[in-house]
Design a protein around this ligand. Structure first.
Ligand code: TF8
Length: 336
């Protein structure tokens, strides 16, 4: 004879049926992630934290596999692969993507951010969300804002101590019209090149200089082929954590949630290590023989003044909405 089920057991069965077991929410996944630097870079710390998080939250199902040194392409080409769905994820600076999303060019405007706190407030707030909302339309989902950081200038010709010292220096810049125009405005010969080509261009003296955050200068061993480092701090590069929309749409809500949550865990780690290691990198660059100099505040002001024209000249391609949003938010966080 079958015993009738007790009400409590019935309740438990009903409850269980309503909740999907974890095995249905999470499939075996292996996400391939691309970046242009080598794994010792703070990007590596961010990805390690994100990967450990996804593995743990998915009961061991969701793995992240990192590819370094641009092995799966540079910022732009890897992003194209992410758009088509032949690659899952890329960590990329915003600057090489302005041909796809012109509004992102706002972050390339010279001297936009004064410090990291401002950048964090903008990118983690309303402005960052506005840009992220634009991205699914071009086939990518931005999981978080990490950072490349503040950019400084190196070259093999001379220390840059005043605005005029940029003149005649052949500078590698990112493939980005605002960067090209900025260095042209300073009188440099601006040569756009993909990141993977920079070391050999410097080594063969195809170009005299380049600009990147300290961590990148150290990570890519540019100090081997560059003598002078000038602390220009002329721009801040945000990093996008871009996931393929094509692949994203095939994931369960639980899997999507884990990726978002864990990208935020990665963000905390990546920004922390990037900022900690930045000072260390600068010291290492000095120790490896680079001659480091600052530009006086008065000369920095002259450089800034010269470059004010860039804001207006590129407002059309960036678009008024993005420009007003970012400049308005900056005013707000500065309390001015
Ligand atoms: C550049 C960028 C790159 C970064 C890196 C690949 O100069 O700063 O170094 O986007 O993550 O091209």
């Amino acid at each position: 004879m079958i015993k009738p089920l007790l009400p409590a057991t019935l309740f438990a069965v009903a409850l269980f049926a309503g909740v999907q077991p974890a095995s249905a929410q999470f499939q075996d996944r292996n996400f391939r992630v691309s970046n242009g630097v080598s794994k010792e870079h703070p990007m590596g710390n961010g990805l390690a934290a994100m990967g450990a998080c996804t593995l743990q939250k998915s009961g061991g199902k969701m793995k992240m596999q990192s590819f370094w040194d641009g092995a799966l392409g540079n910022d732009l080409t890897a992003t194209q692969s992410v758009r088509t769905g032949s690659l899952d994820m890329v960590l990329t600076s915003t600057a090489p993507l302005t041909a796809i999303i012109p509004a992102l060019g706002v972050f390339d405007l010279p001297f936009l951010f004064n410090d990291e706190k401002e950048a964090d407030q903008l990118l983690d707030g309303k402005a960052g969300a506005w840009f992220s909302d634009k991205l699914p339309a071009v086939g990518v989902v931005n999981l978080s804002w990490w950072e490349n950081g503040f950019r400084h200038t190196t070259n093999s010709r001379r220390p840059i101590t005043k605005a005029e010292d940029f003149q005649g220096v052949k500078m590698r810049v990112m493939q980005n019209t605002i960067f090209i125009d900025t260095f042209k405005e300073l009188g440099s010969n601006a040569v756009p090149l993909a990141f993977s080509e920079v070391y050999s261009a410097l080594e063969t003296k195809t170009v005299d200089g380049q600009e990147n955050p300290y961590n990148n200068i150290e990570n890519m061993k540019f100090y081997e082929v560059q003598k002078y480092l000038t602390l220009t701090k002329h721009a801040y590069s945000p990093t996008l954590v871009l996931f393929s929309k094509k692949i994203w749409d095939g994931l369960s809500p639980a899997e999507q949630g884990v990726l978002k949550d864990c990208a935020a865990v990665g963000q905390t780690e990546q920004r922390k290590v990037n900022r900690m290691k930045s000072d260390e990198s600068l010291a290492n660059l000095k120790a490896s023989g680079m001659q480091v100099n600052e530009i006086s505040p008065a000369e920095t002001l002259r450089v800034r003044d010269k470059l004010k024209v860039i804001y207006e000249r590129h407002s059309g391609s960036i678009g008024r909405e993005a420009l007003d949003l970012v400049l308005g938010e900056l005013k707000r966080v500065r309390g001015s």
